[in-house]
Design a protein around this ligand. Structure first.
Ligand SMILES: NC(=O)c1ccc[n+]([C@@H]2O[C@H](COP(=O)([O-])OP(=O)(O)OC[C@H]3O[C@@H](n4cnc5c(N)ncnc54)[C@H](OP(=O)(O)O)[C@@H]3O)[C@@H](O)[C@H]2O)c1
Length: 285
């Protein structure tokens, strides 16, 4: 077991006023764990949890994840309030839909600020605590689109692919300190992700990509028919952390599993097709 069983575990979760993050907070509080929950709006988080949830073990934190000092102070507040840290879930994220050439400089920077810089800020603050206690678990919520990319999702995929690279390296770095890393790769989940409250659309749409416009309109109609159940998703993430050992990548959803499988097959074919030509650029042995 990663955590001592004699005391409630201490979690730090980002992006918690909606969707998977909210469900994680709800289930962790029900378990009797201590939860530091970051959000851009603590009012929205508390009202989503409602009056029936026991919030005595909750530390709601209004944090702009892009602000390194704010993140550092949120992690410090967590360890001071609960006396340590066991698990970190980098969950905050949002979708952006547009063709590559319709994606503006500001939109690229905003996405990477949240999905890469923000995660890095959390890691820089949390890793020393976990490394020194020689244990704990980092969960980075990626997507199956962190493994495979499709038209119209380039910016989102760029953020999630970056998160996957960071996480893979981190897992190897942390092994000697006993800190586990899991990359969560959900398929479509029935959260607010595909609503216009969460999803960002390009303001620079051009007439050149009718298939992408159609894809966007189809996705906006998918709401409430996604396969993934966030209650089961949150439960699977918590169980994975409590189990300790397991594969680096946690696919969530049969859709995610089949997209990932198709990607691996394409990659295998690509490797086979370049097996003879790749060594041609080597210096002679
Ligand atoms: N649902 C899916 O189909 C799906 C599929 C694959 C991966 N995912 C990933 O799963 C994670 C959770 O998403 P969800 O499905 O729960 O979606 P959601 O219901 O829209 O919730 C997203 C959460 O991320 C935070 N967030 C959104 N935009 C943000 C921004 N610009 N800056 C900081 N925080 C922001 C929000 O936190 P606050 O508003 O509380 O600050 C919100 O609670 C995300 O990383 C997402 O990419 C979702």
């Amino acid at each position: 077991m990663t955590f001592p069983t004699e005391r409630p575990a201490i979690w730090f979760v980002t992006g918690t006023s909606r969707g998977l993050g909210l469900e994680l907070v709800r289930q962790l509080l029900e378990r009797g764990d201590n939860v530091a929950a970051t959000t851009r709006s603590t009012e929205r988080l508390l009202s989503a949890l409602g009056d029936d949830t026991d919030t005595s073990r909750l530390l709601p934190l209004a944090v702009d994840l892009r602000d390194e000092a704010a993140v550092e102070s949120a992690v410090r507040e967590t360890t001071e309030r609960f006396g340590g840290l066991d698990a970190v879930v980098n969950n905050a994220g949002y979708g952006f839909l547009a063709a590559v050439e319709e994606t503006g400089d500001r939109q690229v920077r905003d996405m990477l600020d949240v999905q890469v810089v923000g995660v890095w800020n959390v890691l820089r603050a949390a890793l020393p605590v976990l490394r020194e206690r020689r244990g704990g678990h980092i969960v980075n919520v990626s997507s199956v689109l962190g493994l495979t990319a499709v038209p119209g999702w380039a910016l989102y995929c760029a953020g999630k692919f970056a998160l996957e690279g960071l996480s893979e390296a981190l897992a190897a770095e942390m092994a000697e300190f006993g800190v586990k890393v899991t990359i969560v790769e959900p398929g479509y989940f029935r959260t607010d992700f595909l609503t216009e409250d969460s999803l960002v659309l390009s303001t620079e749409a051009t007439p050149h990509y009718p298939a992408i416009r159609e894809m966007i309109s189809d996705h906006l109609k998918l709401q409430d028919s996604q396969l993934g159940d966030p209650v089961k998703g949150a439960d699977a993430i918590i169980s994975r952390v409590l189990d300790g050992d397991g594969p680096l990548r946690q696919l969530l959803g049969s859709d995610a599993h089949s997209y990932a499988t198709a990607k691996v097959e394409t990659l295998r074919a690509n490797l086979d097709a370049t097996a003879l030509s790749a060594p041609a650029t080597d210096f002679p042995a």
